[in-house]
Design a protein around this ligand. Structure first.
Ligand SMILES: [Zn+2]
Length: 118
């Protein structure tokens, strides 16, 4: 059977057409991309459902969510002190480092807002 390997791909394509999404995660068994079908994770190559410890994940994301206001506060405070440092800094190298750091902090802040949004 030369086209044996096509089967999971066809199946995967079919599932994607029906609204499944492909995750960045790969199957722990075979390394194929995992598909998310509604709330189920599925590997087309192994033809089986991937069991994730969803309760742990939920607990984790809940914990993260409760931390969000504090994280945001910390980031804002860091940005404020960074701003003060940048204001008094005149060395171009230092300013570059500080500006990079500021961008990172702003990105982190932006991500936090996105997490909170859903
Ligand atoms: Zn698999």
């Amino acid at each position: 059977m030369t086209d044996k390997d096509d089967v999971p791909i066809k199946k995967m394509a079919e599932l994607l057409r029906r609204g499944a999404t492909m995750l960045a995660q790969s199957c722990p068994q075979c390394g194929s991309p995992i598909l998310k079908i509604q709330d189920d994770l599925y590997c087309a190559s192994c033809d089986r459902r991937i069991v994730v410890v969803s309760s742990d994940q939920d607990a984790e994301s809940t914990a993260v969510k409760t931390m969000l206001p504090k994280l945001r506060e910390t980031l804002v405070r860091k940005l404020q002190s960074l701003n003060a440092i940048i204001e008094s800094e005149n060395d171009p190298d230092e300013l570059t480092k500080l500006a990079n750091l500021m961008v990172l902090l702003l990105q982190a802040l932006h991500r936090l807002e996105n997490i909170n949004g859903d």
